[in-house]
Design a protein around this ligand. Structure first.
Ligand SMILES: [Zn+2]
Length: 243
């Protein structure tokens, strides 16, 4: 019996050594590289190097330029970062490379600056702009759900992604005029449980703010369904800087 313990101990030691040798070898063959600049990362799992992280341009002020026809249903809009070349790369990875981790790395890196801008403890519900189920299946996830989850935790607000849905697949709108486009996006969304929305202050979450037509359409529907106030936050916008 006395021999059992040391043997088990050695087996564990050997397995651990093999495991760490194996992951070391993987790192040697495929060293973890920065998603943006391809430089070798000082720390595996970081996804983006410090220099690239520090080079993202935080906009830092509430922003409310919408190019929509009709009523604006959004009270305040924040777009966090300039949509420059490196941020475009980041968004592309989020959408198409099935790499969701970088969004958390960026949000945590700029956590205090982001939270300084936002009304902590005033928002009731945080909701991602939903993808159509078909797009969701194609992509496997909604690229802004992790951001919504992050915000709901830090703002002390409930996550309400299940309260809205996308009914219509809006792939191409190029042949429509502005009004038809508006009608098209308005018909694209639905609410699953209006009773939860009554009198609520909601923060919508999207990746890029361009015209604001999509989020404004969803905001209109949420207000019709009883919500009191709708704000919007996006990761990025091309309306600032040189992008
Ligand atoms: Zn880098």
């Amino acid at each position: 019996m006395e021999n059992v313990k040391p043997t088990q101990f050695s087996v564990h030691l050997i397995t651990d050594t093999i495991k760490s040798l194996y992951s070391g070898a993987i790192d040697l063959i495929y060293p973890p590289l920065c998603l943006i600049c391809d430089e070798r990362l000082e720390q595996a799992g970081l996804e983006i190097c410090h220099s690239c992280l520090n080079n993202f341009k935080l906009i830092g002020t509430p922003h409310g330029q919408f190019s929509v026809s009709g009523d604006i249903h959004i009270s305040t809009a924040w777009a966090l970062f300039e949509y420059d070349e490196s941020f475009q790369q980041l968004i592309h990875h989020l959408k198409y490379s099935r790499r969701r981790k970088p969004i958390g790395v960026v949000l945590n890196h700029y956590k205090s600056q982001i939270l300084d801008q936002l009304p902590v403890n005033e928002i009731d519900l945080v909701i991602s702009i939903p993808l159509h189920p078909r797009k969701f299946r194609e992509r496997g996830y909604n690229q802004v759900d992790d951001m919504s989850r992050w915000l709901s935790g830090r703002l002390n607000a409930e996550l309400g992604n299940h309260l809205v849905k996308r009914k219509k697949y809006t792939s191409s709108q190029t042949k429509l005029n502005a009004e038809e486009r508006m009608e098209n996006v308005r018909a694209a969304f639905g609410v699953t449980d209006a009773s939860v929305l009554q009198g609520k202050h909601i923060l919508l979450v999207d990746d890029v703010l361009t015209t604001g037509a999509t989020s404004n359409a969803l905001a209109g529907i949420l207000k019709q369904s009883g919500a009191a106030k709708i704000d919007l936050i996006t990761l990025s916008t091309p309306q600032f800087g040189n992008a």
